[in-house]
Design a protein around this ligand. Structure first.
Ligand code: 6PG
Length: 264
């Protein structure tokens, strides 16, 4: 077992959908978490390309995945055939791509602009567009570029961050009903800043083959504990893939209130 993380059978409040495989991995630091997940993702990419099959990834926004994106560019740029890998976003702020707030802008600067990938494989949400129009357009772009199952698009891998309030993508406690929307994408509003966002909705997330949370930092420890111990009052609590895998990758700080419950 890798000494950098403890694979824990942590008792969690996340009900186990039949067939859903759930893993919790706790790392000593955000850097070790990023190293491990970059290695895992690159391996998934290579497995797909060896089969000649397209691999679709929904990237997370926010700051947590920044180290992951840099590592993918620095360590794996030349060992993956990127022509088979298609990148999407789980959500985007309604700002232009060169705005410091842009999730696309961060991923492009740290990662996508540093690898040899066909431009058509990068499916950007146009944050500068009219939100309601862009939500519809992006829904169509997802449908055109992913396979479907049960009438919903399927991402091979959906990467999620989590806010201190338990939000995921741009589904906050204030618009939690959006998780269960029948739309593929919708327009959300940040409850504090009022910033408009385009977000993928929860049924699409749960239709993924694999969903991975990347959560670090002490500020999230209490929310992690409440989610893992049966408090389903958060949008993150609703992430339970219908038929896919669910993994929570935590650093020690984010796991500080649960790590005593598992067996290493
Ligand atoms: C966004 C994200 C959002 C993010 C969480 C965690 O657009 O901000 O999609 O859901 O993942 O807010 O953000 P941090 O990684 O910055 O803590």
């Amino acid at each position: 077992m890798n000494c950098n993380f403890k694979e824990q059978a942590v008792k969690t409040g996340i009900p186990n959908r039949t067939g859903m495989e759930k893993t919790v991995r706790i790392y000593d630091s955000p850097e070790e978490l990023a190293e491990a997940f970059a290695r895992e993702l690159a391996s998934s990419f290579r497995n797909a390309t060896e089969k000649g099959s397209v691999f679709t990834v929904a990237l997370s926004g926010g700051s947590t995945p920044s180290a992951l994106y840099s590592l993918l560019a620095e360590k794996y740029a030349d060992s993956v055939n990127w022509k088979y890998i298609h990148f999407f976003w789980g959500d985007e702020r309604c700002v232009p791509p060169d705005d410091p707030e842009s999730n696309y802008g961060m991923a492009f600067d740290k990662f996508l602009g540093r690898i040899d990938i066909p431009p058509g494989n990068i499916h950007r949400i146009a944050g500068e567009g009219i939100p309601s129009v862009e939500a519809l357009r992006y829904s169509g772009e997802i449908l055109l570029n992913t396979r479907s199952f049960n009438g919903l698009p399927v991402f091979n891998h959906f990467i999620l961050g989590m806010g201190e309030d338990g939000h995921i993508v741009s589904i906050f406690p204030s618009n939690r009903e959006m998780f269960h929307s029948d739309k593929i994408c919708d327009v959300a509003v940040h409850p504090v800043t009022g910033q408009k966002r385009i977000t993928v909705t929860g049924k699409v997330i749960n239709n993924s083959e694999s969903v991975t949370f990347l959560v670090t930092g002490k500020s999230k420890a209490e929310t992690v504990e409440r989610i893992f111990m049966k408090d389903n009052g958060f949008p993150a609590s609703d992430v339970m893939p219908y038929h896919g895998r669910l993994a929570w990758l935590l650093d020690k700080e984010a796991a500080s209130k649960i790590s005593g419950n598992g067996q290493c």
